[in-house]
Design a protein around this ligand. Structure first.
Ligand SMILES: Cc1ncc(COP(=O)(O)O)c(C=O)c1O
Length: 380
């Protein structure tokens, strides 16, 4: 058995060799010109992933910190907010806004489905929101929402559009400027192939104007301070310099592969996961029209608690896949296929899923699933 576990969870993801090497480099001084150059490489290198020419700010925090920053800098207590609750992370974004005093109206989506522009249009006409909050890739259900269409509705009401792209950025295209999205939130440990610990917030010109009047309290996550420091090639507080050295490597890796190729590769992984799962006679949890290319949620077969399957795959095959969260605990399992995992890892994972199902008394034919992966590979 391989000693190192294969991470097929939706983050943290497997670390490329170049990233591990970079993480082992000596620390650098964050008030030195060397750091200013590094910050510039990182922020400029991230902009194409966000699809923006606006500011991208790098925070030393988990992605939830970046979510908080993405809310409290732009809203005031009492603001009317529509939060699209597509699952656990959509809920979290709305909860942050509520915690800081926003009046939150929930647009709750059936698990496994995405919000439609029609439903948002109806709710927005009634609530006249100051902001709409949503998640691009709802990691808890494997659903990818149509940000462009939802942002268009929000924009027609003059509402700010705040999007969590934590598990999609760098794996699924995002066009912040073209879609008129105001604030985009991301994190390091997903498609960006880094350990957890950096958060990112991209801010549109319109959002910078909103900051001027936004009254929610903030200190560590004050993005005006971050912007001021960034103009001097710095961050307000000591950043995780080692992670940023590794981020520069990630930027180089993505540039070398070419962003369109990175997206194509993730799409192929999504297709391969879906085809293989269906060939195992398992049901996909997400509505196929919104199926995510970075996370595939699978219904556990009748009578099998997915927690047991996940444990068996880990214990017997040294592969980590995720179970369900909240109400979906025991009912689904999730395959993360983002970052540097490729078809080789997908084959290994599908073999482990099939063999574990067989061990637990659920017959399935792995050959059909592997053939399905080969077919996707051949059609690439
Ligand atoms: C879509 C989404 N948003 C936010 C988060 C929170 O990230 P963190 O655990 O780094 O705070 C996650 C983590 O899985 C996520 O998938």
């Amino acid at each position: 058995m391989n000693r190192e576990p294969l991470l097929m969870i939706p983050g943290p993801t497997n670390l490329p060799h170049a990233v591990r090497e970079a993480l082992g480099q000596p620390s650098i001084y964050h008030r030195d010109s060397e750091f200013a150059q590094l910050l510039d490489v990182c922020t400029e290198g991230l902009k194409p992933l966000f699809g923006t020419d606006s500011d991208v700010l790098i925070l030393t925090s988990s992605s939830t910190g970046a979510m908080e920053a993405g809310v409290v800098n732009f809203l005031s207590p009492g603001d009317r907010v529509i939060a699209i609750s597509s699952g656990k992370f959509g809920e979290r974004l709305g909860e942050i806004a509520a915690t800081f005093g926003a009046q939150v109206s929930w647009l709750t989506v059936e698990p496994g489905r995405a919000a439609t522009p029609e439903v948002l249009t109806a709710l927005a006409a009634d609530r006249k929101p100051d902001a709409v909050l949503l998640v691009q890739n709802e990691t808890s259900t494997g659903v990818c929402q149509d940000v462009a269409a939802l942002a268009e509705v929000a924009n027609s009401h003059g509402a700010l559009v705040i999007v969590d792209a934590v598990s999609s950025l760098g794996g699924i295209p995002f066009e912040m400027d073209d879609w008129s999205v105001d604030v985009v939130i991301a994190g390091s440990q997903k498609a960006l192939m880094l350990p957890p610990g950096l958060g990112f917030v991209a801010v549109s010109e319109r959002a910078w104007q909103a900051v001027e009047s936004a009254q929610m309290p903030r200190f560590y996550f004050d993005l005006q301070e971050a912007k001021k420091s960034a103009r001097k090639g710095q961050t307000p507080y000591t950043p995780n310099v080692n992670m940023m050295v590794a981020l520069a490597e990630v930027v180089a890796l993505i540039q070398a592969e070419g962003l369109p190729n990175v997206y194509r590769r993730h799409h192929q992984m999504g297709e391969a996961a879906r085809a293989a799962v269906q060939a195992l006679d398992l049901a996909l949890f997400a509505d196929p029209q919104y199926a995510s290319d970075v996370v595939t949620a699978v219904e556990s077969p009748e009578g099998l608690d997915s927690t047991n399957l996940v444990k068996h795959i880990r214990d017997e095959h040294n592969i980590l896949v995720s179970g369900g969260q909240g109400d979906l605990k025991g009912k689904i399992f999730r395959l993360g296929h983002l970052g540097c995992a490729g078809l080789t890892e997908m084959r290994r994972t599908i073999q482990a899923v099939a063999s574990s199902l067989a061990d637990l008394g659920y017959q399935c034919t792995v050959e059909a699933a592997l053939d399905a992966i080969e077919e996707v590979a051949a059609n690439a």
